[in-house]
Design a binder for this molecule. Structure first.
Ligand code: A2P
Length: 263
């Protein structure tokens, strides 16, 4: 290994990639073995990437697997001219990526006060941190009902989420943990599918309340939001309109937000 690369790798973990799955021409997922000693809280993200021209090229990626898992799972968008994803999408089994092993994030239980229902609102690859949260035992210890929503333009983009739910149902330990507490609402906006429309519209016109047993209530409901900037702002305004306060690690509240990965 030359000195430049050796220097770039200082403080980084090298992760071998496995189980690469291309879900659409715009999204893919992959797994890595969790490095010994690497700990994170379900819902957090880490900086991952590749060494390019002797330098680390890193982006923030939510860890889609739960904190107890031996594997780290990532779900990524592919951006044709994106500095990292244009390269990352060509990963092959056995290739290595780099990770700065310092996980952080606000989509964690520590940033929310106690409640009864947990709403996880996502668009696109914003579902990734919630793939972690819905496989985390603490989620079901703390909440009676967990509602995961994902909205995408087209039906095929919902496949990762549907597969995730099927994996949970097919896993003895997870299905027992989750029981009947988890509700998955998957909607499209630009292609016909069984459930259609933006979740922000579902909140406003009462469709979400009808599907979940009542409107957002600051006394008993907690919310995590992950998606584009516009989506975050709109959901945030709806939470605040319902009387909820934004939380953080240092000051837990009733809802938390985080921008999904972009390029
Ligand atoms: P729409 O098709 O009506 O724009 P994008 O790929 O642009 O990030 O969008 C992903 C999904 O998020 C789409 O289904 C899109 O709906 C939806 N979306 C975009 N902006 C918002 C918003 N402000 N609030 C809720 N959903 C949104």
């Amino acid at each position: 290994m030359n000195q430049v690369v050796e220097k770039a790798l200082r403080g980084m973990a090298l992760l071998k990639v496995s189980n690469i799955r291309h879900w659409t021409d715009r999204t893919f997922s992959f797994n890595c073995a969790r490095p010994a000693g690497f700990r994170f809280r379900s819902g957090e993200f880490a900086m991952i990437g590749l060494i390019v021209d002797g330098k680390p090229l890193l982006r923030a990626y939510s860890i889609a697997s739960p904190a107890w898992d031996d594997e780290l799972e990532f779900y990524s968008i592919k951006v044709e001219d994106g500095p990292l994803t244009s390269r990352l999408q060509h990963l092959a089994e056995g290739d290595e990526i780099v990770m700065r092993p310092k996980p952080v994030g606000t989509l964690v239980h520590d940033a929310l006060t106690r409640g009864k229902r947990l709403f996880l609102f996502s668009t696109g690859t914003g579902i990734a941190p919630f793939a972690s949260i819905i496989r985390e035992p603490e989620t079901y210890e703390k909440f009676d009902k967990v509602v995961l929503t994902q909205t995408c333009r087209e039906a095929k983009e919902l496949d990762y989420g549907h597969d995730l739910i099927a994996r949970i149902k097919g896993d003895e330990m997870l299905s027992e943990l989750v029981g009947d507490k988890l509700l998955h609402i998957a909607t499209t906006t630009r292609e016909e599918s069984p459930a259609m429309g933006r979740m922000t519209d579902w909140i406003r016109d009462g469709r979400l309340a009808a599907a979940t047993g009542g409107p957002l209530d600051p006394a008993s409901d907690r919310v995590m939001i992950c998606g584009s900037m516009a989506m975050l702002q709109e959901h945030k305004a709806l939470c605040e309109g319902a009387g909820m306060a934004e939380g953080s690690n240092s000051e837990p509240g009733q809802f938390v937000i985080e921008k999904a990965f972009v390029d």
